[in-house]
Design a binder for this molecule. Structure first.
Ligand code: HH2
Length: 279
């Protein structure tokens, strides 16, 4: 397992689990849609998450929630994203951009993004070419189907083995194109073409994914599986999100993608104290 992630001009130590704070610059994200569509609000929220202890910020300008309508155009995505990236230039943490579109990846990298987080694992034509020559970190996520239809009937014979094989193949393909392993992160994609039981099975066996040799990212924050377990709506899933983040961290996740940075930080501090790690 690599000790440091190359993330643009940053080298991030992976000795303790890192917190990736989410800022959705969208009208329709499932938990914070519309709150940060305005650039100034998105920039202010990113600063607030950094103050709360975010190690990275993930900026998304297209919702991937289940049943999301036709995707937004690359122009619209850039119109939402680029002013926020510009406004955050010079912040103390790496900026990640959550996109599946090669043209948005190129524009984001030109504006100083240090990481590309692709729920499509760079499968779009031209996506690998858009990122290969940069020094940005790349998150490759597993998804069955597309956001529009992925929750209609997710099916696996062995969810852990199938997600593992998919990520292994995507890693192989991206590395064959010339990407150094120090730039790569994988994510089983909780909630992306998975039932509650699939998500739980992946969480139980998360540690197996460490055999892929690159850091694991896990995103459970406010997701509908937590709503199924607790019966609570997205804005009332903080405690459940913290519980899932802690279990993911204990089961080997090195980056936790969360909306509630401060609370997650406190929970991880308790875990670190128990484990005797440095905070
Ligand atoms: N989840 C979401 C979006 N991007 N990226 C990775 N790598 N892993 C995830 O689990 C993940 C992700 C969905 O959450 P959110 O951004 O809050 O919602 P929306 O897609 O509706 O904007």
């Amino acid at each position: 397992m690599i000790a440091q992630l190359q993330c643009g001009r940053y080298r991030i130590a992976l000795a303790r689990p890192l917190i990736m704070g989410v800022v959705n610059i969208t009208p329709d994200s499932f938990s914070d849609g519309g709150r940060f569509l305005d650039s100034a609000a998105a920039i202010a929220h990113a600063h607030a998450l950094i103050d709360q202890g975010a190690d990275l910020i993930d900026l998304g300008a297209e919702s991937s929630r289940p049943g999301a309508a036709a995707s937004v155009s690359a122009e619209e995505e850039q119109r939402r994203l680029l002013p926020v990236l510009r406004g955050l230039r010079g912040v103390s943490v790496p900026l990640s951009v959550d996109t599946v579109k090669p043209e948005v990846m190129r524009a984001a990298l030109a504006e100083g993004a240090s990481m590309i987080n692709d729920i499509n694992a760079l499968r779009a034509e031209g996506a690998v070419a858009a990122v290969v020559a940069s020094d940005a970190a790349l998150c490759l996520m597993h998804m069955q189907g597309t956001p529009g239809t992925m929750q209609q009937n997710p099916r696996y014979d062995d969810v852990v083995a199938e997600v593992f094989a998919y990520l292994q193949e995507r890693l192989r393909s991206v590395r064959a194109a010339g990407v150094a392993p120090e730039r790569l992160v994988v994510d089983p994609g909780f909630g992306f073409g998975k039932t509650l039981e699939h998500n739980l099975e992946l969480l139980r066996h998360l540690r197996r994914f460490n055999a892929l040799g690159v850091p694991l990212l896990a995103g459970w924050s406010r997701k509908s599986s937590l709503g199924k377990i607790t019966g609570k709506p997205a804005d009332d899933r903080l405690a459940a999100s913290i519980a899932a983040a802690l279990i993911a961290a204990q089961n080997g996740a090195r980056i936790l993608r969360v909306h509630d940075v401060g609370a997650t930080r406190d929970a991880l501090a308790v875990l670190a104290a128990v484990q005797g790690e440095e905070k």
